[in-house]
Every structure is written in C-alpha cells, then in structure tokens.
Design a protein around this ligand. Sequence first.
Ligand code: SAM
Length: 232
Amino acid sequence: MTYTFVTLFSNLIEGYFKDSILKRAIDKELLEIKYLNPRDYSSNKHSKVDDTAVGGGAGMVMNPQPLYDALDDLKKEDENVHIVFLTPVAKPFVQNDAKRLATKSHIAFVSGRYEGIDERVIEKYADEVFSIGDYILTGGELASLVICDAVSRNIDGVLGNSDSLTVESFETQLLEAPSFSKPKNYEGLSVPSEYLKGNHSKIRSLKLAMSECKTKFFRPQELKKYKITTKL
Ligand code: SAM
C-alpha cells in the first residue's frame, strides 16, 4: 500500500512512522509513505495557497489552483490512486471503512487547513470524504493519520498476530471483553479467578458475558441488534 499525504505540514505526520508497528511495516515494504505539498504547486509568486473567502466569512480558505495541479500530477503518476478528503462535515469513518480501504493499492489523504478547502476541489477530486468525529481540528493531518493507522492494521502482514483482528471490538456487535496482564494480583486487585483455572471453555463463556456487559454499558444501541446469550 502506498499512502500519499497531501499536506502543507508534512512534519506533523512524519514522526508517526518512525517507530512501532507502522515503521516495521515500512521496513518490510508493506507500506510506502509519500508527501505532496500543495505549496510546491502554487503559481503565486509568494507561493500563497490560501485567500479570503468569496462572499465573506471568517478566515482563509485553501485556493483551488495549487490543489488542482498537485492532484492532477498525482493522478498522472498513478491513475488508481484513491483520493480521500478529510472534513468534519463528512460521514464518520468506521471500522468497515478501514477494512474496505485496506484493499486499495494507493490512498491519498488531502488535509485541509485554515477554514478548509475550496469546495470545487473536493467536488472534482474526492473519491471519498471522511470525518473522524464531531469536533473541529486545526487541520486534516491528525485525521489522515487516524485513518491511515486504522487501515494499515488490516493489511496482511502489518500486525505480528493477525488473530488480534478477529477478536477486536467492532468486528461483531459486541465490544471486546476486558483484558488483563500480569501480575495476577496487583495492589490488592486480582484478575477474574476463572482466568486462572485454565478451563478454556469456561474462560470463553466468561469473556462472552463480559463482552455483553461492556457493550450494554458503553454501546446500548449496538446491544439491541444482538441476541444476548448470557444473563446480564
Ligand atoms: N470551517 C470548517 C468547518 O466548520 O467545517 C472547519 C475547518 S478545520 C479548522 C480545517 C481542516 O481540518 C478541515 O479542512 C479538515 O481537513 C480538517 N478537520 C477538522 N476537523 C476534522 C474532523 N473532525 N475530521 C476530519 N477532518 C477534520
């Protein structure tokens, strides 16, 4: 998978790929990261990329010209590139989107800054548009990274143990059961005693019951779609 981050501030993104799982995936050549700065395409003599909003309104808006030229270049280089714009007004990104996008060969994330991107750019180039939640960030870089990270976990070979994918929250209507690490007792609190007895069928039943409880507490709406199997 190739990711191209179309951003005015690639420095904000680069650090994320310098450690841990995504770095290892880059080392294994499962991921390739590229950057495209719209400022490099600006025809303005001062390399300006934004201007005041036509029709009035607060703040600056990113101009179409640098983005049109940058994205034309990108599409010329790879006609299969899947172009994703980040904007708070779009549909929220969810786990199923992560799985679907993991099958693409090249995704470009276009980050807005200031008051956002001239709508004509989005109309012309967006294959998809996503929000990462109902709040306003200062730019799309964090949103791009969130989506890139979630997509990458679903690419074969990126996670050391791909089993972790199948038992995670959002794979079914139930959230994952609580997890515990060692020691078995810590500051007077023990892990559930059933976990210590080694009866895997009992552990599975207990985990299911705990998953149902957790879902009832955190996501009662999701639980309505699910047929409860244990007594809560
Ligand atoms: N004026 C815009 C509005 O009210 O909808 C907000 C612009 S925001 C300050 C600047 C950029 O940050 C956006 O163009 C978008 O790329 C990004 N952004 C902010 N919040 C986001 C969110 N929740 N999800 C995805 N992108 C977001």
